[in-house]
Design a protein around this ligand. Sequence first.
Ligand code: DQA
Length: 147
Amino acid sequence: MNTAYVFNGPNLNLLGTREPQVYGAQTLADVEALCRTACAEHGLTLDFRQTNHEGELVSWVHEAGRAQAEGRSAGVVLNAGAYTHTSIALHDAIKGSGALVIELHISNVHARESFRHHSYISPVARAVMAGFGVRGYAIALAALTGF
Ligand code: DQA
């Protein structure tokens, strides 16, 4: 069974209490549970993680790229949080590892502050999703089975 990686970046551990008017009331544990259900529906094994550290995300992308090269990965759903808008290192990690990545944002970043309109991830992502709330994770995992 192929692994679907879901990597969450900085501050996403605060879901549920962080700006609920923007990100909703569900916690990261709730998101993991909905991802587990989606993966079970689609025959995927879930590997769900969160970190507040940029370098750790970089290493995880490398790991997913290696798994993909060995035929063990369906791809990565990546919510890089604010690193989306700042991280050339993550851009290079995706490009260099060849990992198939769906960029995901809970909120519609394009309807928010202008500093959220630019993404270093989008040019190297297979697809980009924003504004579906946490339901977006389930939609993205379903989409991974179609690539
Ligand atoms: C986010 C949007 C980012 O701009 C922000 O820094 C986040 C969360 C989202 O899921 O909507 O941390 O990626």
